[in-house]
Design a binder for this molecule. Sequence first.
Ligand SMILES: [Zn+2]
Length: 343
Amino acid sequence: MAFLQKLVFLLTLLSCLVGLGSAAPLRARPRDPPPPAITPVPLRLTAQQDSFNFDLSTTLVLPTSTMQPLQTVPPHCAMYNSLQSECPTSFEAVNVTYDDCGDAWTVCRCSTANMTMDTAVERLGRIPVGLRRYVATVVVAPDTQTHAYTLTSGDIHMFGDTQVDSWVHEAGHAYDWATGSPLSGTPEWQKAIDSDTCVPDTYSATSAGEDFAQMTVMKVYSLIHENSLPEGWSLDCMSHQMDYMNGLPVFNKAELFGNTCAIAGSDPSSRHSTPPPVTPTRVQPDFPAQVQPNSPLKSGLAAVEDKGEKTPTNKDSAALSTYITDVKSVLFAGGAVLGWLMW
Ligand SMILES: [Zn+2]
């Protein structure tokens, strides 16, 4: 076979592979891809800062926890264990029980992950229980860059050494999507965005969903800092977004930090809701405001009604199809290259 013909064949093959690759919306991008069912539409609002520069790890309280190793890695973790997927080596899996909930969280850690199992369990534990209860399984995987994503099932995938604000951000996605119909897709959230002129940071402007998750981090910060924002942020240009956050039931401070995942009268889409055997008496401390906002933030009690009914979802289907697409791509590429070599 002439060299030129082989070259044309190889170029055609490569162009096919590029096309296949673009069909995988959940693959790693800087920081985290959007939830799968919505095409991200960038927001035309000014970012107040480039990124978040504050640390929640020393301010959010840490519940005590116990770990129980699992003999078998759950299928929805094991499916990411391959050379071409998130964990090229092997997973270890544990069930983690925190003292504020009777239900355990499953954490699957790849053996080459940057975070140790202890670190992952600590950072998951620092997510306030009122938000953490929406998080399903956590996958901890290696990467030289930190990023993460959340599936509509509530499963969170963490890469690299992700800090506590990122864990709260991903929990915000899990809460956003808990009913299968995202809050960030509602006309009310869009109206709040349209009524403001800024978002917290550059990443918030990626989409309405990312803005929701970043505002979740902002709201948690404000609740433990006397309803203030971090230094360098102003409420004025994003007050409608914060007002929307204030109205969400999850940001009721007594329940968000209430030491129990069993919250009476709350929505049934929480994934962990069995009360702990003994409810801890721990108190989330308040920290002084760094700067006082020009106008005080309202404290929020349920302005958004609990629908009381779980909407059917297509949980995990997007991730599964991505995985299958990837496997097909690899098989196709491997077979074609092998055929070319043997030609
Ligand atoms: Zn995100």
